[in-house]
Design a protein around this ligand. Structure first.
Ligand code: IP8
Length: 267
């Protein structure tokens, strides 16, 4: 059986407007959906939302090491991510999923923000044994810049490639990839299926439409996910704030969202 990689976005599992606030009902519902879907092997990766991002920004961690005051910022960012991770792992375990935290800051080193090395042996062994490893975007050590912020999306793509996954499911707070920003542009329409070639043509259009949070965030995601899609891994973006979409995507059932594939358009 081939691995499925599921990403749960920070905007789904936290309240992005309130620092350090988890969306516990969403976490609980998603844990139930994951349990019900019962796909195996499964790797879960989650974002930082209002736990990781504010403090990482406050200390300028993304830009790398500049002075010693940032070292405490690294500790706090990582600690906050472990708190969020604990809530998710607790919820998964309560729904009978053998989830185990895998801490990216202890197994990944980046170079200028890109994954350079990752110790994957324990993770691979966990999958063999039927565990569900749960990783997250994290503050990590960087061989060039001292440290960096590793996004969950970069992790998802890299893991999916190295584990030869058959599907990536990305849970966000919009229905998928749009031709514009659905929150401000009423003519923006949901793209149900897109190939890499079509995505290339769409990028300038989205960028030209002046990047907003939604499209900007989406474009960033696309850039990270592209290498995995190029490897032939089917990737689907669904709205994880809507019940059952993650469940259906995990099961490979038809669901509202955007499927990104390497090959030709099929519909
Ligand atoms: O939310 C970044 O992960 P993301 C996590 O997947 C931190 O971009 C620590 C800011």
């Amino acid at each position: 059986m081939k691995t499925t990689v599921l990403k749960l976005g920070g905007s789904v599992i936290t309240d992005k407007k309130k620092e350090l606030t988890a969306n516990l009902p969403a976490i609980e519902r998603l844990a139930k959906e994951i349990s019900r879907a019962n796909v195996s092997p499964l790797v879960l990766v989650h974002g930082g939302g209002s736990f990781g991002h504010p403090v990482a920004e406050q200390y300028g961690l993304r830009q790398g090491y500049r002075d010693s005051s940032q070292v405490m910022g690294f500790s706090i960012t990582h600690q906050r991510m472990t708190k969020l991770n604990k809530l998710i792992v607790d919820s998964l375990i309560s729904h009978n999923i053998p989830a185990v935290e895998v801490q990216p800051s202890s197994c990944v080193v980046t170079k200028a923000g890109r994954i350079q090395t990752m110790e994957e042996k324990p993770l691979k062994k966990m999958l063999e044994m039927g565990f569900v490893p749960v990783l997250y975007g994290d503050a990590v050590l960087d061989s060039e810049n001292g440290f960096a912020i590793l996004s969950g999306d970069q992790l998802v793509s890299s893991l999916a490639i190295n584990l030869n996954a058959h599907r990536i499911v990305v849970g966000v707070d919009v229905n998928g990839l749009y031709t514009g920003d659905p929150k401000t542009d009423s003519s923006a329409r949901l793209i149900h299926h897109i190939t890499l070639e079509e995505l290339k043509n769409l990028e300038p259009l989205i960028e030209g439409a002046k990047v907003t949070d939604v499209t900007g965030g989406m474009l960033g995601k696309m850039v990270e996910l592209k290498p995995a899609v190029e490897h032939g891994i089917q990737t689907i973006i669904v709205n994880a704030t809507e019940p059952n979409r993650v469940y259906k995507a995990l099961k490979g059932e038809k669901v509202v969202g955007t499927v990104i594939e390497k090959g030709e358009t099929i519909g």
